[in-house]
Design a protein around this ligand. Structure first.
Ligand SMILES: NC(=O)C1=CN([C@@H]2O[C@H](COP(=O)(O)OP(=O)(O)OC[C@H]3O[C@@H](n4cnc5c(N)ncnc54)[C@H](O)[C@@H]3O)[C@@H](O)[C@H]2O)[C@@H](O)CC1
Ligand SMILES: Nc1ncnc2c1ncn2[C@@H]1O[C@H](COP(=O)(O)OP(=O)(O)OP(=O)(O)O)[C@@H](O)[C@H]1O
Ligand SMILES: [Mg+2]
Length: 357
């Protein structure tokens, strides 16, 4: 029997509910709710000493997350009634002449842990290469670098790029800015415009790689944005601290991470390293589950494609990456590369959250 369509569908409460449930705005609110709800004791992400392991007794204390419980809590159930897109749509803004691996790693990782659609907005040079890595990705060759645009065309090209991205923006549950973006000044100006556009639309924004280079030099792009997550590696963190706090990096205590978060205002920062430290400006939570001794490039890009809003999303992303890295290393030892780790993302999630038939 075919389903009724048209005006009836618009007005029938049951269908209205389903249509609302399908809207990106609703899904974004759901994700936020899931991550913002006060943690239940089983989720184990509370910063209260009784339910978390106390790691360092300093003025600010770092608590080890019960990351498995967090993964169970935020992974959406597989529901037969759902249609394409309801498990998440992500866009990666990155990919240029030099870097095609990073945006691919970020975009494919989102699909490998359950997202339905993954887009990449990159330069034309990068687009064909990224498409050839995977037919699963939707690739938009719209960004331009200075060398391909005449000075007198810059204004019009820049607004054309923004119009093109804006057309899609509302559909995304999350954008990831920076993997393999490069540091071309014109391209970064265009990406700044995209970030400014995403903000009033309340689109969670992960900033990684060269996106962090951009934000380090223009902190106003994320200042006060509670839907922004910065995911610096050790060097990116050092540059952020030097620029924003105007001092040298202090690896030992969590106070500097809290100070950095507070100075930028509103954002969540995930400092990657031996332990991944996640700070929302008030508390610092860590994930220290052992991953692998291989430090091949691209692992941070997997993480960027994996994290979703706020602290719980960071914890889950970190754990899934680390477990996948561990499984990949067990199999491939010294030859482990990022592609091997991506292969194990599915098992990493399945071991914690088995899919039902
Ligand atoms: N296959 C790919 O396409 C990859 C592309 N990547 C992209 O490459 C771009 C640049 O990211 P990188 O992480 O390479 O950034 P950087 O170019 O800042 O760092 C590259 C390396 O240089 C060294 N370095 C940087 N700053 C240093 C300092 N102050 N002191 C000592 N050594 C220092 C470190 O070994 C660092 O890992 C980003 O867009 C990133 O997303 C990376 O994600 C790696 C994989
Ligand atoms: N010393 C370490 N010991 C264990 N795990 C680590 C260590 N350093 C990083 N990691 C893990 O690797 C992940 C990626 O961190 P890394 O510092 O390599 O990011 P990155 O430099 O941005 O990577 P990319 O090459 O993708 O840009 C982290 O989330 C963490 O889980
Ligand atoms: Mg990186």
């Amino acid at each position: 029997m075919s389903r009724p369509t048209g005006a009836w569908q618009q007005h029938h409460p049951q269908y209205r509910g389903r249509m609302w449930a399908a809207s990106p705005t609703f899904r974004r609110q759901l994700i936020l709710l899931r991550t913002l709800l006060p943690p239940n004791p089983a989720a184990g992400c509370s910063s209260s000493p009784s339910s978390s392991l106390r790691v360092r007794a300093m003025a600010a204390t770092v608590y080890e997350a019960d990351a498995e419980a967090v993964v169970r809590r935020i992974t959406p159930p597989l529901d037969r009634a759902r249609h394409k897109g309801q498990a998440g749509k992500i866009a990666v803004i990155g990919g240029c002449r030099e870097y095609t691996g990073a945006p691919y790693f970020a975009a494919i990782s989102a699909l490998k842990v359950g997202a339905d659609l993954s887009h990449v907005f990159c330069t034309e040079d990068a687009a064909t290469v990224i498409k050839s890595y995977s037919p699963e990705l939707i690739v938009h060759p719209i960004l331009e670098e200075s060398y391909s645009v005449r000075d007198d065309e810059r204004g019009s090209v820049s607004s054309k790029i923004l119009t093109e991205v804006a057309k899609w923006m509302e559909r995304f549950d999350c954008i990831v800015v920076g993997p393999g973006l490069g540091r071309d000044s014109f391209l970064l100006d265009c990406v700044s415009n995209i970030m400014r556009h995403a903000r009033p639309a309340n689109i969670p924004t992960v900033v990684d790689g060269d996106g962090l280079f951009l934000v380090t030099n223009n902190p106003d792009l994320v200042e006060g944005n509670s839907l922004a997550i910065l995911t610096p590696n050790v060097y990116e963190y050092k540059r952020l601290v030097q620029k924003v706090l105007n001092c040298d990096i202090d690896q030992e205590t969590p106070e500097q991470l809290i100070a950095l978060c507070q100075k930028i205002g509103g954002v969540t920062i995930m400092r990657k390293g031996k332990e991944d430290l996640i700070c929302d400006g008030k508390t610092v939570t860590q994930v220290s589950t052992y991953g692998s001794p291989r430090r091949c490039g691209g692992q941070g890009d997997i993480l960027a494609g994996r994290v979703n809003p706020m602290t719980l999303g960071c914890i889950a992303g970190s754990l899934l990456l680390r477990r996948a890295a561990s499984l990949a290393f067990e199999k491939n030892k010294r030859s482990t590369v990022t592609t091997d780790i991506i292969e194990f993302l599915g098992k990493s999630l399945e071991d914690i959250c088995p899919a039902e038939h």
